[in-house]
Design a protein around this ligand. Structure first.
Ligand SMILES: Cc1cc2nc3c(=O)[nH]c(=O)nc-3n(C[C@H](O)[C@H](O)[C@H](O)COP(=O)(O)O)c2cc1C
Ligand SMILES: C=C(O[C@@H]1CC(C(=O)O)=C[C@@H](OP(=O)(O)O)[C@H]1O)C(=O)O
Length: 349
């Protein structure tokens, strides 16, 4: 399924056009809305204070409750913009954000208000598209779940099997170990108090993908397909499959996943490979971790450059920002993974 996300954070609306959605899907719009509600801003002191209802409206591609196979267009309004917060930083890019790169790419014509098209707000339509993908995947027995695996060095309990993630989505703070979750929340509030921000990671599992999907080469490699979708999420700076960076500390005897037979099916006893060997699914859950950087917009003074004069200037950012992106990014990572899983399965292509 090809998806095109459109809009700007302070424009009239944001949305997505999904092409290739198979006809005849009885799309559950309440389920789509539930996913959007998990990501919605302005719900607690842990997130940006911007309040948006994030009510999704389907403009096309659905008739009498079912998808028609025509492009599915979904739109979400913007209501609570404080655009004047951005006037003073129009020509002084925020370190870490897309401002400078966007200024160059748009030749100075970018919508600078609220980060424009680079805003994390554009992940709302991504979540809507992912919710459609999840419904298509469910018909094939494929399921996606995630949890916050760490924030600022505080780790959640280790994920031993993907089934532990069922039920995590309903939590306000989606972790396996609520005690660790309370420590993470404390770390976020301390960073906020210090006019700063923190980053962390989201671990995600996709179950039900049969063995033998994908290929070793560019374009069909399953790790590559997932990575393309995941790196399109703003603030994602690394993606690692299975044991990921911990492989560098292992011997082969520890890293290899021993084969076994369970109910007549070949399985592996461990899943250090994250369900992928040779770029091809091996039938175990596809498991990966995405690292999200600390929020770029912080209240502490920072160094920037006035792009009109070339002078170095001190930057003070106003406005309402997430002191940590990770909690609201959990449904976003799931959405990106669901779209990637559709691509791996060839749904809508
Ligand atoms: C859900 C979500 C919320 C975000 N909230 C903010 C925010 O409040 N302030 C901010 O500066 N960046 C925020 N970001 C991150 C920026 O959008 C992102 O860092 C920027 O677009 C640059 O992209 P990059 O980090 O991938 O290079 C958010 C990202 C996501 C996914
Ligand atoms: C609005 C959302 O998050 C926004 C993401 C964001 C950024 O720079 O990425 C900056 C802030 O925008 P604003 O200054 O307009 O409040 C966040 O509030 C959202 O996620 O829906």
């Amino acid at each position: 399924m090809k998806h095109t996300i459109f809009g700007e954070s302070h424009g009239e609306a944001i949305g997505v056009v999904l092409e290739g959605v198979p006809a005849g899907l009885a799309l559950d719009l309440e389920a789509v809305q539930r996913e959007l509600d998990r990501r919605r801003p302005g719900r607690s002191a842990l997130s940006t204070a911007r309040k948006e209802a994030d009510q999704v409206r389907v403009l096309s591609g659905m008739f009498e409750g079912k998808t028609t196979g025509a492009p599915l267009a979904m739109v979400i309004g913007n209501a609570d913009q404080h655009s004047s917060d951005y006037d003073s930083i129009r020509y002084t890019p925020r370190p870490g954000h897309g401002d400078y790169a966007g200024f160059l790419k748009s030749r100075g014509c970018q919508d600078y208000r609220g980060g424009g098209h680079f805003s994390g707000r554009l992940t709302a339509p991504l979540v809507a598209a992912g919710a459609v993908a999840k419904q298509l995947l469910a018909r094939q027995g494929v399921w996606v779940g995630a949890h916050i695996s760490s924030i600022y060095g505080i780790c959640d309990a280790a994920l031993e099997e993907a089934g532990q993630l069922r039920g995590v989505a309903e939590k306000d703070f989606p972790v396996l170990d609520d005690a660790a979750g309370r420590q993470m929340q404390q770390a976020i509030l301390e960073a906020k108090q210090a006019q700063d921000s923190v980053g962390g990671a989201v671990e995600c599992a996709v179950t039900g993908l049969s063995a033998g999907l994908g290929g070793p080469d560019f374009g069909c490699n399953v790790e590559g397909i997932f990575s393309q979708y995941l790196f399109a999420v703003p603030a994602v700076k690394s993606v690692a499959f299975g044991a990921g960076v911990a492989f560098s500390l292992m011997r082969g005897s520890q890293a290899n996943d021993p084969f076994a037979v369970e109910d007549g099916k070949v399985i592996t006893k461990t899943n250090h490979a994250g369900g992928i060997n040779g770029g091809i699914t091996n039938g175990m859950p596809v498991v990966f971790e995405a690292t999200l950087r600390p929020t770029p917009s912080i209240a502490l003074p920072q160094e920037s450059v006035d792009l009109r004069t070339g002078e170095e200037v001190e930057l003070k950012i106003k406005g309402r920002h997430d002191p940590c992106i990770v909690p609201r990014a959990v449904p976003v990572i799931e959405a990106a993974a669901a779209l990637a899983a559709c691509a791996v399965l060839g749904i809508g292509s």
